[in-house]
Design a protein around this ligand. Structure first.
Ligand SMILES: [Zn+2]
Length: 159
C-alpha cells in the first residue's frame, strides 16, 4: 500500500484532507488531524478499498479501513461475510496502529463515510491512483486478477 500523495503528487498535495473534531463528548477532543489515504499498489488488483491513517504530530492516532462497494463485491473476493460487512461501514483495522482516541476518531470518520461525498471522494482517488500506476490506463478488464484471496488486512509503512 502507498499513500495517494506519493503516487499522485500533483493532485495529492493540493487536495489534502483534514479531519477537525470539535468537542467530542467522550474524550473532549478539539483538534485537527491529517488524513492520509493508502491504496493497494498491485496494478492488476481491483480491490476497491482504502486504508486511512488519521495522523497528529507525525503519529498515527487511528487506522480505518473502508470499502465503498456493496458487501457482495468483497464476498466475491473471498472475504468472509463479517469482514465484508465491516468493510462497507469502515472499521478500525486491528493490524494497523491505533491510539486511545481511535474509537472517538472513528465515530466521526464513520459518520463522514455515510455522507454521499465520502464514498465519492475515495472512489475518485482510487481510480486516479490505479490509473497512474497503470501508466494512464484504468485497470484493463483482461488484466484484472481473479483472485480468491483479497490482500487484506495490510500493514502500513511506518512514518
Ligand atoms: Zn488491491
Amino acid at each position: 500500500m502507498l499513500p495517494f500523495h506519493i503516487v499522485c503528487p500533483d493532485e495529492g498535495f493540493t487536495t489534502k484532507w483534514c479531519l477537525t473534531i470539535i468537542g467530542n463528548p467522550k474524550r473532549r477532543i478539539n483538534t485537527t488531524y491529517d488524513v492520509i489515504d493508502f491504496y493497494c499498489v498491485d496494478p492488476s488488483c481491483d480491490c476497491q478499498k482504502v486504508t486511512l491513517s488519521i495522523v497528529k504530530n507525525n503519529t498515527i492516532k487511528a487506522s480505518v479501513s473502508y470499502g465503498w462497494k456493496p458487501a457482495a463485491f468483497y464476498r466475491n473476493w473471498g472475504v468472509d461475510q463479517e469482514m465484508a460487512d465491516l468493510l462497507t461501514h469502515g472499521f478500525l483495522d486491528p493490524y494497523a496502529p491505533q491510539s486511545k482516541d481511535a474509537e472517538a476518531i472513528f465515530h466521526h470518520v464513520s459518520y463522514l463515510l455515510t455522507q454521499p461525498e465520502g464514498p465519492q471522494f475515495f472512489k475518485k482517488r482510487y481510480a486516479l491512483f490505479k490509473k497512474t500506476l497503470n501508466g494512464g490506463d484504468p485497470i484493463p478488464e483482461k488484466k484484472k486478477r481473479k483472485s480468491s484471496v483479497i490482500p487484506f488486512p495490510s500493514r502500513h509503512p511506518s512514518f
